[in-house]
Design a protein around this ligand. Structure first.
Ligand code: 5HY
Length: 246
């Protein structure tokens, strides 16, 4: 198989979280894929709600554009809300995978039901909306919030990581599920350890997205441009979005 080049887009502006996710993505990819790990220079330091997602979407579309100009063949939106996913699929030539969608697909390949462990309670509804949109609502038994902000995963204290472990154990013991999904890109580095210690598949969306994107590229399949995901019509858009179509 040809060696593909993909990019992992962290939609928030945290370089530390981008680096954490890049390590996991490159470990999964091995020497089969080249991975550019990028994040917007402007925007929100973390995404914890609808407003943050809206602000982050411009940065995602700019990175899609810049990546394809560099020869990137596929894209990962590495935020568990899959912000701007459909808009990115319209704009990009190459396939675009969201880490939430990827994790849900992989979880349902190995278990009939799963739980999600995420960050702040206010993000739970975003995950619920995605479960509905992707058709996995029935398979999700519960969504647990560790009630700490996203960037607490990068503060070096280990507190957030321990709460993730505690809630994954609680989900295994109480939810009657066969798999657990980590509901934040910043948790990507915990999946392998948790799967081993809890003896249950614990799935991070970054790893799931890398493998699904690689499969699409190896199959030579990309986003259909027949219908709603065709390239945006260039009708004289003004302002910062104009450069996305230039
Ligand atoms: C994420 N926010 O994966 C989501 C997590 C969340 O900045 N990266 C973020 O809680 O929605």
């Amino acid at each position: 198989m040809p060696r593909h080049r993909i990019q992992l887009i962290n939609p928030n502006t945290s370089q530390a979280m981008t680096d954490t996710m890049a390590i996991t993505a490159r470990r999964i990819a091995g020497d089969r894929l080249d991975i550019d790990a990028v994040c917007p220079h402007q925007g929100v330091p973390s995404i914890e709600g609808h407003f943050d997602e809206a602000v982050a979407t411009l940065g995602i579309l700019q990175q899609i554009r810049a990546g394809e100009a560099r020869g990137v063949q596929g894209h990962i939106i590495a935020c568990f809300g899959d912000p701007g996913l459909l808009a990115a699929r319209e704009l990009a030539k190459g396939p675009v995978i969201g880490i939430a969608e990827a994790a849900m697909h992989v979880a349902t390949l190995v278990a009939t039901r799963f739980s999600i462990v995420t960050t702040l309670p206010r993000t739970v509804i975003i995950a619920r909306h995605l479960l509905h949109r992707y058709g996995f609502y029935e398979q999700c038994a519960a969504i647990h919030a560790i009630d700490l902000p996203v960037l607490s995963l990068e503060d070096g204290s280990g507190t957030a990581q321990q709460k993730v472990r505690d809630y994954c154990l609680k989900a295994k013991q109480e939810d009657n599920v066969g798999a657990i999904i980590l509901g934040c890109g910043g948790m990507a580095d915990l999946a392998a350890e948790l799967s081993e210690t809890l003896e249950i598949p614990v799935i991070d969306g970054v790893s799931a997205a890398v493998t699904l994107l690689e499969s699409l590229l190896n199959l030579g399949i990309t986003t259909s441009k027949w219908g709603d995901l065709d390239f945006p019509r260039n009708k004289g858009i003004s302002g910062p979005f104009a450069e996305c179509l230039a």
